[in-house]
Write a protein that binds this ligand. Structure first.
Ligand code: TEU
Ligand code: CA
Length: 582
């Protein structure tokens, strides 16, 4: 119990504010919309609410381009609205986590406007400026070959005509990277953290925090994507030379003076020592990270993210086992997530989102997420089984800058090649970030109740809202007809048996099976078995062997039949069937 912490047991719910609930009829979700639904979240079993960026922003990347860290964007409301949100959250014994985006700012932030004004600006070194290179024909070239992350056809460097230099902009030109080598930048970031903690926030989700320290020689990246002029450069900026020093500073100067929850988004890095250096109990850096292993499972290795790669249950087991064991053996801490605003919907990605199977998939994934060790993150809409946008949607429905850049790149690469272009659309329907960003489906009224009937939502509502919506599920206590009720019960179980589910040990069962994910969780005095059929096929599973389950106590099919399930020998698992027993 000396290892128990409130932030380990917490259920965190991510709100993507633009798509949560619009209260003033302008088509954009807003802060009062979050306040209005706190009882929905409390009923579900949520403890902490993480809100994606609501700061002042030109919205080039939906608020991940911040123009003022200490003010709210008018489309979302005012600082007073946030103060009221915090008050109402605390009233319900919940906490607020802010999204801290400090690898870069907006190009409209005063700091950058000043920095780009001239080479002599006192803030010139707050960003990363470099002179041009010239090729043998005398053409101007960026300082190195790094690709822009949200638009791979482009350079990560943006030319500034007026001051005659390039600045680094890893995500888009509208998101210049801060220069963390400057002590003044680090001090300014510490100020932002204090500002929000003093206002009542309880912690931060730190956007791409592992990218803040770049290798200062800015070397070219090796070529891993043959058909692209620019290359993934992350070897030279992910978990760079001074990352741990900068994180320790933040902890010592700010976090250690408050009681916080911190989760650092950490793409590209798989190295176990690097992970433990950040999240180890003694590290003095962050509580936990978002590791990308599971959400990168269907990317072609070494290539960019918008590719399709076949995977099966064995890959998933390898990842889950590795992260579960790593944290147990080396006293670190996991975060559990399979959805967020950057990922497609989980039932579409990992199970079968057809009308027949979608809810089985939603419940199956819920069984997995709520029975693993770590702090659990639920993304808005996951609790009602929302799914990807339909295949019939054209590219004009996709609003994300990364999707727009992807469509553009495909059209440039394959002009007139209908087959290739159709394949590009298929990739987007499977993997675009837009899939997670359609408005929350509250009820069967116009626009799913997300906004008033007479207004136009900023992004199209998924056509399936008459079937999949909160109203239908919220008042239905039946865990088989309501995905919401299933999640609610699962979260309550997890808390009730936290010694097993949150803190307990973990061991895979039948690791080599191609379709079944099965594991044991145990504490000093209790053990449970979780069995998940990750396929649409019926399976006779022998992995149960000598486990001698006494009782199956929950499943994602009608639970009246649980008593008839085999408890040893061979057990028949129906398509997408999941079971917990002990
Ligand atoms: O995402 C960073 C990131 O690396 C990915 O999740 C990204 O969406 C994708 O994989 C790129 O191919 C964070 C935010 O979550 C994302 O919304 C922002 O766009 C990005 O940082 C920049 O702030
Ligand atoms: Ca609004």
């Amino acid at each position: 119990t000396d290892k128990h912490r409130w932030w380990k047991e917490a259920v965190v719910y991510q709100v993507y504010p633009a798509s949560f609930l619009d209260t003033n009829g302008d088509g954009w979700g807003d802060v009062p919309g979050i306040t209005a639904k706190l009882d929905h979240l409390k009923t579900l079993g949520v403890d902490v609410i993480w809100v994606s960026p609501i700061y002042k922003s030109p919205q080039a990347d939906m608020g991940y381009d911040i123009a003022d860290y200490e003010d709210i964007d008018p489309i979302y409301g005012t600082l007073a609205d946030v103060d009221y949100l915090i008050k109402e959250i605390k009233k319900r014994d919940m906490k607020l986590v802010m999204d801290l985006v400090v690898n870069h700012t907006s190009d409209q932030h005063d700091w950058f406007i000043d920095s780009r004004s001239s080479k002599e600006s006192s803030k010139r070194d707050w960003y990363i400026w470099k002179p041009a290179k010239y090729d043998k024909d005398g053409n101007r070239q960026p300082p190195n070959n790094w690709a822009q992350i949200l638009g791979e056809a482009n350079s990560a460097w943006t030319w500034d005509e007026k001051s005659g230099e390039y600045y680094l902009s890893l995500f888009t030109p509208e998101q210049p990277d801060l220069n963390w080598e400057s002590p003044a930048v680090r001090e300014a970031v510490h100020h932002v953290l204090r500002f929000w903690l003093d206002r009542g926030a309880s912690g931060f989700r730190m956007d791409v925090i592992n990218l803040i320290s770049k290798v200062q020689s800015f070397p070219d990246a090796e070529t891993t994507v043959p058909n692209n002029k620019y290359q993934p450069g992350h070897k030279h900026f992910a978990n760079g030379p001074r990352l741990h020093e900068f994180l320790k500073d933040i902890n010592r100067e700010v976090l250690s003076k408050y009681d916080t929850i911190t989760v650092g988004e950490m793409p590209f890095v798989r190295d176990e020592d690097e992970i433990i250096r950040v999240v180890g109990a003694e590290s003095g850096e962050l509580n936990m990270i978002f590791a990308f292993d599971i959400v990168d499972i269907d990317n072609v290795p070494g290539d960019f993210k918008y590719t399709l790669y076949p995977w099966d249950a064995r890959d998933l087991k390898r990842i889950v086992n590795r992260l579960q064991r790593l944290m147990l053996e080396r006293d670190g801490w996991n975060s559990l997530f399979i959805e967020n605003h950057d990922q497609p919907r989980s039932i579409s990605r990992y199970t079968d989102d057809s009308d027949q199977w979608r809810d089985y998939g939603a419940r199956l994934l819920c069984l997995m997420q709520t029975t693993l060790a770590g702090t659990l993150y639920v993304y808005q809409g996951e609790e009602i089984g929302m799914r990807n946008v339909p295949e019939s949607w054209g590219k004009e429905e996709y609003k994300d800058i990364e999707s727009i850049n992807f469509f553009k790149k495909y059209e440039q690469m394959y002009p007139g090649d209908e087959e290739k272009l159709a394949y590009g659309r298929k990739i987007m329907q499977r993997k675009a970030r837009d899939n997670a960003r359609t408005p929350v489906q509250w009820d069967t009224s116009a626009h799913a109740g997300f906004t008033s009937a007479s207004s136009t939502p900023w992004m199209r509502v998924n056509d399936d809202y008459k079937d999949i919506n909160v109203a239908r599920q919220f008042s239905d206590p039946n865990v088989i007809t309501s995905v919401f009720a299933f999640w609610k019960r699962a979260l309550a179980n997890r808390k009730q048996h936290k010694d097993i589910f949150v803190y307990g040990d973990f061991g895979l069962i039948d690791a080599e099976h191609e379709k079944v994910v099965a594991y044991k969780r145990w504490s000093a005095d209790e053990a449970v078995v979780v069995v998940l059929n990750l396929s649409g096929k019926e399976i006779e599973w022998k992995g149960i062997g000598s486990l001698k389950v006494k009782k199956w106590w929950a499943g994602n099919y009608d639970e009246k039949d649980l008593g008839e399930k085999a408890k040893e020998g061979t057990i028949v698992l129906r398509p997408w069937e999941g079971l917990i027993g002990g």
